[in-house]
Design a protein around this ligand. Sequence first.
Ligand SMILES: C/C(=N\NC(=N)N)c1ccc(NC(=O)c2cc3cccc([N+](=O)[O-])c3[nH]2)cc1
Length: 320
Amino acid sequence: QSSLPKELREKYVLTRGIGTGVCGEVKLAFERSTCRKLAVKIINKKNFKSEGTATRNAKTEIEILQRVDHPCLIKTEDFYQTDDSYYIVLELMEGGELFQKVKSQQQLKESVAKLYFYQMLKAVQYLHSNGIIHRDLKPENILLSSQEDVCLIKVTDFNQSRILEEASLMRTLCGTPSYLAPEVFTHASTTGYGLAVDAWSLGVLLFVCLGGYPPFHESFGHQSITDQIIRGEFTMVPSKWKHVSDQAKDVVRKLLVVDPSKRMTIEEALQHPWLQDRDMMDTAHRLMYPSGDAAATAAVQVERLATRKRGRDEGDEEEE
Ligand SMILES: C/C(=N\NC(=N)N)c1ccc(NC(=O)c2cc3cccc([N+](=O)[O-])c3[nH]2)cc1
């Protein structure tokens, strides 16, 4: 306890480790004044590559962590740092990492995978609408709020995240264009493609949740994992996928598209037939907005009306 910042020690009691991460660990903590249980993520500064990027990354990450406000994004309660570590006080996510749930070939029930995937889409939709690309979406960075299958999920670890610097692009375009490369003007450098990397990662996450194994892996066949990814070559092993609906497979196939300009976007994924599932959406919104406060309820109503309207537009014979 001695190496902990004094203010941290005065406000919280840190106990056992509850999760392991490549860049640090997570400890269970109790807030002295309220006895509330919390998590403290300890990030060793020396884990970062070079001093320069480390400090900049960490500043960006801390700024993002303190700025984001969405039910499916981890919320920080407090933040401390010493010369060699960052201490981030977070809400406790008793279900742990999605990684633990899907490793050892455990396939999730399709309804559970859909509930989690919908929440991941909403979290990433929120990040993108705030000009933030996550860039490191993986099962270790998806936390579950409880051991129950039906639970809230939260995206965490913004270490690789980037805030889209539209400003720097605007400055660039003010100068003389004569020496600028074509991609500076095309999609590649503006929000377009940047955001698409998160759509790909969500495709990999959905594949793992539905199939219980990763789409690209060094142990598959003769190709390196990089070649498999560059070629977008993955296999849906029948024994694992025969019970998975065609609509679910369609979402995976439209996200794991190599050409970012042809890849399904987050918005399009949210409109995909597989996700037009009112029961799932009601459950998700009940988990995301438990207080049922007015604004949230309004948001839910808007979403449901939109879904209902879409259904009518598409000749949805089902009566309301
Ligand atoms: C902000 C961040 N990482 N940032 C970074 N690596 N630069 C970050 C990364 C991971 C976490 N993980 C947890 O909060 C976390 C992991 C885990 C496992 C079992 C049980 C619990 N829990 O809260 O009960 C857990 N919480 C929380 C924050």
